[in-house]
Write a new protein. Sequence first.
Length: 209
Amino acid sequence: MSQLHVTNHPLIQHKLSILRDKRTGTKQFRELIEEIAMLTCYESTRDLQLTEVTVETPMTTMKSNVIKGHKLAFVPILRAGLGMVDGVLKLVPAAKVGHIGLYRDPVTCKPVEYYCKLPGDISERDVFVLDPMLATGGSAIDAITQIKERSPRNIKFMCIIAAPEGVAALQEAHPDVDIYAAAVDEKLNDHNYIIPGLGDAGDRIFGTK
């Protein structure tokens, strides 16, 4: 079974409180999404393996560590996942970025695919799927299913807020994919929005509400 990692770092929790506030404007909301994504990425890459190299400092030579041959790819689920990309790329600027376009049918609440473009060498990479909200889990499950068809080395899912229903659905569908979240909220409401949540992440990131 996949592991759920909830990051309880004080900086993340502080920023998350501001993010949830309905008075937080688009500019600040966008900046907070980026910052929380960067901090969550820090946690989700903790298990990357290291290898020893020799480094020459201004004073002497020494043995030091660098990441061992891991190629990473970030795949945001459009459109809200785009808000997390700049934050994670600040930590891993050499990573490649793919895109998967899904939207939730307002009647069935099922994900509908409209776009998929992934790095050509994704089979050589560890993939991090990005979406601020894990609600029903439908979009995450569908996106990960598509990525698995390209046989990546490993997949992790990163979000900011998750619902217990979405966590359970994703773990059942993809028990080999670990989940990283800043918070797990109470539940979904009748319209499958996370409660207490933060509203529609895409609308708040792009100012379209």
